[in-house]
Design a protein around this ligand. Structure first.
Ligand code: EPZ
Length: 430
């Protein structure tokens, strides 16, 4: 059963909205709890679809998962078995790739199908495979027969003599690649050095949690991370960092709708480039230590935006920025070199009256400002889901999002929270 959203546009948004915990920090940290048999306690856990699925997979592996409070969960992975990995659930989400590192480190073996997830491009896993094979792990790939047909690949990662610490040089910045190797390396024999390491805030939050578990890690937040393997890790308690992607999305939403909104718990240090870009484009922002107050601005001129690895403007904010660009003066060039399938939401915006030319899989030119009108839309990925909600709030008339699963994967009760600041959004359970 999927829910749909009915959005009435053009409401005046006013008030305070707070940012929840980071989905992209919570998912690797949940996987990291498998590195120990002792209990781990995670606080500020966002109650979103992807996190619920990760917890479900962990439970099916045999871990005890108990919510102590609404967003505080205790995970005890004492009696887990890697062969209990739920292939159907893994097939549905990309984050499940993060189980490879911890399970290999603890058990020396894991069988896992090619992880699924957002339709934002080919999303290969060669960086992970190359890194693990450097670390003494053999990888076999075979077709999984489903109803008599070969429907997906299964990988068998095997380290009978344990994971070996080595130098791993990635071919490009990879968030989950860095996280996977970092987790595997915590229990490896010897020292691992990761070069071209991703530096995103969620990678840093994972490193912080691993250190609390006793891991010996240096250099997180830079492009070289060193990890000295330990014999074992202990349980730890951790407060998941606030979500800089959700914060950025809400700030852009407030600017696009010309609202008067205070975004609280915003990790502003992680959003410097976005905030500079918005300010220089004409947005009226008052930036505090952990809050951003948006007031209605006048003319907005964005000109160009390129998505980049951290500390650049993240690809996960490219779609909300695309919506904002439909309200900016003149031409805006959007360039997202990271994934080749992340501009599809622009076709939905064109259906709402936007003037957008998609030049190639990575670049688009948006002519603005245009009046958007409501429509019936089907966002294909999580960040497009948020973008279409912003578009619906900006548009004249009624916008129907026929399946809100994508937005629900990463934004906790987004409709309820937006209604509290004046949005008119109805959720219908079909
Ligand atoms: C993470 O995906 C995030 N997911 C994504 O967020 C985010 O968009 C992305 O990083 C970039 O910041 C999680 O943290 C769970 P990558 P990930 O490996 O790790 C290429 C969201 O909406 N590449 O950093 O899968 C790849 O094709 C999600 O919350 C390879 O070529 O992305 C891309 O061009 C969507 N081979 C680039 O590297 C590989 O083996 C960066 O991808 C791996 C990646």
């Amino acid at each position: 059963m999927t829910d749909k959203l009915i959005i009435e546009g053009k409401s005046k948004l006013e008030g305070v909205i707070d940012v929840k915990g980071s989905k992209n920090a919570a998912t690797p940290i949940i996987a990291a709890t498998l590195l120990t048999s002792s209990p781990c306690i995670l606080d500020n856990v966002p109650l979103v679809g992807d996190v619920e699925k990760m917890l479900e997979i962990v439970k099916k592996l045999g871990a005890e998962v108990d919510f102590i409070e609404k967003r505080k969960v205790k995970i005890t992975a004492k009696n887990i078995s890697p062969e209990k990995l739920d292939f159907d659930m893994i097939n549905k989400m990309r984050s499940s790739i993060l189980f490879i590192g911890p399970l290999l480190a603890r058990f020396g073996t894991v069988r896992i199908p090619q992880p699924g997830g957002c339709i934002i491009g080919s999303r290969p896993i060669d960086f992970h495979i190359n890194a693990f094979s450097k670390m003494g792990i053999t990888i076999e790939e075979f077709g999984l027969k489903k109803n008599g047909s070969r429907s997906s690949n299964v990988y068998h990662f095997n380290a009978p003599k344990g994971v070996k610490g080595k130098e791993v040089v990635f071919d490009g910045f990879s968030v989950t690649g860095t996280e996977n190797v970092m987790m595997a390396a915590t229990l490896a024999k010897g020292k691992t050095t990761i070069k071209i390491a991703a530096t995103e805030p969620h990678v840093q939050d994972l490193a912080l949690f691993l250190k609390k578990m006793g891991a010996n890690i240096k250099g997180e937040g830079t492009s070289t991370i060193e990890i000295k393997g330990r014999k074992e890790l202990t349980g730890a308690e951790h407060f998941i960092c606030y979500d800089y992607i959700e914060a950025g999305t809400l700030i852009i939403l407030a600017v696009a709708t010309k609202g008067s909104v205070c975004i609280e718990n915003a990790p502003v240090e992680n959003l410097k480039l976005l905030l500079n870009k918005l300010k220089s484009s004409g947005a009226k922002l008052k930036i505090g230590k952990s809050s951003v107050v948006v007031s209605p601005g006048k003319k907005l001129v964005i000109d160009r935006v390129q998505a980049m690895p951290y500390p650049g403007i993240p690809t996960d904010l490219q779609a909300p920025i695309g919506v904002l660009s439909t309200q900016a003066e003149g031409l805006t060039l959007i360039h997202d070199p990271i994934f080749e399938g992340r501009l599809k939401y622009l076709e939905e915006l064109n259906k709402m009256g936007a003037e957008i030319v998609i030049c190639d899989p990575h670049r688009a030119i948006i002519n603005g400002p245009t009046k958007l009108h409501g429509g019936k839309l089907d966002p294909l990925d999580l960040r497009a889901g948020a973008a279409i909600i912003i578009a619906g709030l900006v548009a004249d008339g009624t916008t129907v999002i026929r399946d809100v699963t994508q937005a629900d994967r990463g934004y906790e009760e987004i409709d309820k929270r937006l209604c509290k600041i004046g949005a008119r959004i109805k959720r219908i359970n079909r």
